[in-house]
Write a protein that binds this ligand. Sequence first.
Ligand SMILES: C[S@@+](CC[C@H](N)C(=O)[O-])C[C@H]1O[C@@H](n2cnc3c(N)ncnc32)[C@H](O)[C@@H]1O
Length: 316
Amino acid sequence: MKTTLHNGNSAEVLKQYPDNHFDSIVTDPPYGIEFLGKDWDENTGAIEVWRECLRVLKPGGYLLAFGAPRTYHRLATNLEDIGFEIKDSLMWLYGSGFPKTQDVGNRLTKKGIDNDFHGWKTALKPAHEPIIMCRKPTKLSTMDNMVKYGVGALNIDGSRVGDEKTITKITKITNTENGVNMTGKFGSHNDEYYNTERNKDKETTEIINVENAGRFPSNVIGEVEGYQKYFYHPKVSRKERDMGESNNIHPTIKPVALMKYLVTLITPPNGKVLDPFNGSGSTGMAVKEFGGEYVGIDLDENYIKISRKRINAYQQ
Ligand SMILES: C[S@@+](CC[C@H](N)C(=O)[O-])C[C@H]1O[C@@H](n2cnc3c(N)ncnc32)[C@H](O)[C@@H]1O
């Protein structure tokens, strides 16, 4: 696998990449909540960065970006306004968040004010992060786009959850005139596929039951008990955080298993993955395990150094 890490502003750095270069973009941009007072968290990904992302992504290619519940709407409208098609919103549920709030009654009591507001607080415990799923528009049908660019659909079978057996019906179409054998996991009738120039009179269609290991992936990703029927991953361990003796001080590290799941869902085998908000390199570690090419960009030189150590030390 090839990894390239750049220190700089993605809006500038991406200018060296040609149009339609990357197969997918998986990223965790600034949430616009000034998390722990960090300057880089002031906005939800500068619009210039998203514009460059749209340009360098292949037509039909997917982008997945994390958001914060409070500022997600800005991320979504920014992406839509510059030309991405919003396809879905994934929900990452987790149990490790802590509520950042104070008891109003206790604070008033400390000021010597008698009150009935004990137990009244100002925020809920955070337990989910939305992830926007969008796609660069294409003029082609999904089938033709997949043939031309290798992207445009989701890798459902590669992202199945757990190992429970499920049965999927598959349509095998054989065109006896051209000898075209269309066996594939197309699900049942797919009109786009059916409307190609093949001679329908000479076709035979056979329904095959295929046994799959694992559940069809949904738009919920769960960490907490009870959501384990969705994709499950553990939270970031100390070992994963500080891998390669990186002494990782990044405050918003994403679990590598979660990033690998997201990369797998939208990236063809050996595909080129971009993270324009690289942080400490969790997406790069995920791509190393996945087996593709990775380009990560971050404004902060120190985060790039940490990423290099973590990605180098990560074992497939
Ligand atoms: C939420 S963090 C990503 C954390 C990452 N997911 C991890 O696991 O370490 C966002 C990162 O984007 C970087 N950043 C913000 N604006 C940027 C820009 N315009 N170009 C490049 N990097 C940027 C920040 O320095 C920060 O490290």
